[in-house]
Write a protein that binds this ligand. Structure first.
Ligand code: NAD
Length: 498
């Protein structure tokens, strides 16, 4: 059995831990490795290495940091196929989708390469006689990043590219379900000449996270995962005096107005609901169909579902792979059963699809479409995180917006229409962090920041882009005076600007 490692002080670190978890290949159900959870000694070694690396890395020149990031960007691009294969082997998503995840992550490295501009301060000359003021941003120190299983490369890159560019040491605690990609990234960073200790991988579970949240050597925590854990991370981390951003789960609505191009809307709904088996925090999980448009839209969506090729992510003909675990697959299937019991209409039932041969033991589930869903049904209230699309029928635009705004989540949302005025009104009224107009998955490019509202984000800072740079740095304002020594005098008054 292959046993994975941590990455501490610039090299693979074997753990003597007896607490381990199996890593599965979701396409076959076979265990491919075991991951050891960090012991107290592993944590001590990681934290001390990161702390001392943060001091020197934070003082390194911007040109040195840029050089390392450029080299890393080049290696990541060059080895993207190998990395995508690692993602597919442990997560299950199809190879093309794994490549897509890497390219969205690469954007963040490219953005971070502009650190010379992002870290620029302001300068005001002669604010008082002989007095100048300037501002600068300095690294926070040691940053811990705790990431979910569904984007084992992109989400770590959302965090670490900016954290490292800003001069911090970064400790990644990847999901225990697909931990190998983090180690591959660590190897690339070593090849890019990142100094030892600036990037650390600690494998572990809730206990490992608990120590990172409490240890005084950690200055800031970035978290992405489910809402209950995000809320608890935010509360525990801030109580321990740390800066915390914690991104949670989602229930993303797609509002379709009667004037929308239904072919485009149906294509978008199918791609956004079933891509990556619905295991995306920006997946569309609810279509809100206004004014009878569902009568035409639901058949359009259903007609596209038969053709979807579901199977192992290693086969280029497949468009959707398995779910992450057998337990999760069964939980998702349970929502389809529950919807029927609660009075919704199951138009396409993914449980009917048979997977045999090598796939029989994989964690596969077909795609489901549920019509006549109502608030209060569990398939609407909960984040399912699987290939299940619900349709809610409403009479008016106002009813739709009220429904969306009443939802506890506020990550992404989209409107499909040909009416620019309606779209503009919607973008203004909707209570969500990321809005798409005829774009089903509006993940911002790296020069903007990513984050939801309501129970989809705890903390003030969105992730990556300008807000990421601000989160990973502290501001400082310096007031300087270079007076003529001949005019110096004692003045007990409060400093004045005139
Ligand atoms: P999860 O919350 O179960 O786990 C996320 C991370 O937290 C993992 O590293 C895990 O080991 C750790 N963890 C688990 N239990 C913990 C505990 N009790 N205390 C401390 N740490 C703990 O999430 P997941 O199942 O890996 O990922 C799916 C979830 O992530 C979905 O809810 C999805 O919406 C969300 N997600 C959100 C975004 C976003 O940007 N808002 C992006 C991707 C995924």
């Amino acid at each position: 059995m292959k046993r994975l490692t941590h990455w501490i002080d610039g090299k693979a670190h074997e753990s003597v831990s007896t607490k381990t978890a199996p890593v599965y290949n979701p396409a076959t159900g076979a265990v491919s490795a075991e991951v050891p959870f960090a012991t107290a000694q592993d944590l001590d070694a990681a934290l001390h290495s990161a702390r001392s690396a943060a001091d020197s890395w934070g003082q390194s020149s911007l040109s040195h940091r840029t050089e390392v990031l450029f080299a890393f960007r080049h290696l990541l691009h060059e080895r993207r196929d190998d990395l995508a294969s690692i993602i597919t082997a442990e997560h299950g998503k199809v190879h093309a989708d794994a490549l897509g995840e890497i390219s969205r992550g690469l954007e963040n490295v490219e953005y971070a390469c502009g650190l010379g501009t992002h870290l620029q301060g302001a300068f005001s000359s002669q604010v008082s006689t002989g007095v100048d003021v300037y501002s600068l941003r300095q690294p926070v120190g040691v940053v811990a990043g705790i990431t979910p299983f569904n984007f084992p490369v992109m989400v770590p890159l959302w965090m670490m590219a900016n954290a490292i560019a800003c001069g911090n040491a970064f400790i990644l605690k990847p999901s225990e379900k697909d931990p190998s990609a983090a180690l591959f990234i660590a190897e690339l960073l070593r090849e890019a000449n990142l100094p030892a200790g600036v990037f650390t991988v600690l494998q572990g579970d809730a206990d490992t996270v608990g120590r990172l949240l409490e240890d005084p050597l950690v200055d800031a925590v970035s978290f992405v995962g489910s809402t209950p854990i995000a809320r608890s991370i935010y509360e525990r981390g801030t109580k321990a005096g740390k800066r915390v951003q914690a991104l949670g789960g989602a229930k993303n609505h797609m509002l379709v107005l009667p004037d929308a191009d239904l072919r485009i809307a149906a294509d978008a709904a199918v791609s956004a609901a079933y891509g990556s088996a619905g295991e995306r925090c920006m997946a569309v999980s609810v279509v809100v169909a206004v004014g009878g448009v569902a009568d035409r839209l639901v058949p359009e969506i259903a007609s596209r579902m038969d053709a979807l090729a579901i199977g192992p992510g290693t086969d280029p003909k497949n468009e959707m792979g398995p779910l992450i675990t057998g337990e999760h697959r069964d939980r998702v299937a349970g929502y389809v059963a529950g919807a029927a019991e609660q009075g919704a209409t199951v138009i396409v039932d993914g449980r009917d699809q048979i997977f045999d041969g090598d796939e029989a033991n994989g964690f596969f589930l077909g795609v489901s479409l549920i019509d006549d869903v109502k608030p209060g049904m569990s398939c609407y209230e909960d984040e399912i995180f699987g290939p299940v699309l619900s349709v809610i029928r409403v009479d008016t635009y106002e009813e739709a917006v009220t429904l969306i705004n009443a939802n506890t989540y506020g990550n992404g949302v989209a409107i499909f229409t040909r009416d620019g005025g309606a779209a503009r009104r919607f973008t203004n009224e909707v209570r969500c962090g990321m809005v798409g107009v005829n774009v089903p998955i509006p993940v911002p490019v790296a020069s903007f920041s990513f984050g939801g509202w309501k129970d989809s984000l705890f903390g003030d800072a969105h992730m990556y882009g300008p807000e990421g740079v601000s989160f990973y740095t502290r501001g400082k304002v310096v007031t300087t005076r270079w007076p003529d020594p001949a005019t110096s005098e004692v003045d007990l008054g409060f400093p004045k600007t005139r």
